[in-house]
Design a protein around this ligand. Structure first.
Ligand code: HPA
Length: 247
């Protein structure tokens, strides 16, 4: 079973065959939506819409613990997280796919561990390589196989949102070494690591990050939606290719 978390622009998977929906309660509360179980390319898949079925839950209010916990109940071989990002690095264009290999966490106030509270002992996990190498390679190979423009080496900056960044904030993220910026990468990746579930992200560059398309040019939300509508179809094709294999 492969678990997929869909982000902005992907509240469902049109490629998911024979799907059945099941609510999965957790000790951490309700996940963002019922889980959809089905098949893609003949392989079992469970899908969850990160922001809810109606895209109503903003990034800082997503119950990441419930989401990751619920998916982990199916003992998946891995979690593929799909997300929209802003492109900081100069070569990234809207519509490009990016499979990050590193992450920097700028979020705050989010419940970010399963190990807290009076009945829990402190636990630290290694996070040197936040994304699973093998799962990233499978995503990259599938993306290349369908002819997508893809970058598989990038640092993802996780910001709090829901607002977009200022141009100065983007300059700071770049100085820190970030290539793309999004609002949902953390604590999702760390929670998957705590549960020992391999986790990788495939992100879509929805827009040039603030200030990167010209210093005074505002980011058009309409343009973002247009890019995501097309590119999320491509992400679905990548996932299908990955699950179908090379046939
Ligand atoms: N910043 C943060 N998150 C995003 C962006 C952005 O520019 N675009 C899509 N998600």
């Amino acid at each position: 079973m492969l678990a997929i978390i869909g982000g902005s622009g992907m509240t469902s998977l049109t490629t998911l065959a024979q799907a059945s929906r099941r609510p999965v309660p957790t000790p951490w509360g309700e996940p963002s939506a019922a889980l959809s179980f089905g098949r893609i390319g003949g392989q079992p898949v469970v899908f969850l819409a990160r922001h809810g079925d109606q895209h109503s839950i903003p990034p800082h209010q997503v119950n990441y613990r419930a989401n990751v916990w619920a998916l982990a109940q199916s003992a998946p071989i891995g979690i593929v997280a799909v997300a929209a990002v802003g492109g900081i690095r100069g070569d990234l264009e809207p519509g490009d796919l990016v499979i990050p290999d590193q992450i920097i966490d700028y979020t705050w106030g989010r419940a970010s561990t399963f190990h807290e509270g009076p009945d829990s002992s402190v636990r630290h996990v290694d996070f040197t390589e936040p994304y699973d190498r093998a799962l990233r390679a499978r995503l990259r190979d599938a993306a290349l196989a369908i002819g997508a423009r893809v970058s598989d080496s990038a640092v993802y900056a996780a910001t709090q949102g829901p607002r977009l960044e200022s141009a100065a904030e983007i300059n700071r993220l770049e100085r820190d070494g970030a290539d793309v910026v999004g609002m949902t990468g953390m604590p999702e990746a760390a929670l998957a690591r705590e549960l020992g579930v391999p986790y990788a992200a495939i992100t879509v560059v929805a827009n040039h990050a603030a200030g990167r398309a010209g210093s005074r040019q505002e980011i058009s939300l309409e343009a973002i939606h247009t890019v995501l509508a097309a590119s999320m179809k491509q992400v679905q094709a990548v996932i299908e290719r990955m699950l179908r294999g090379d046939d």
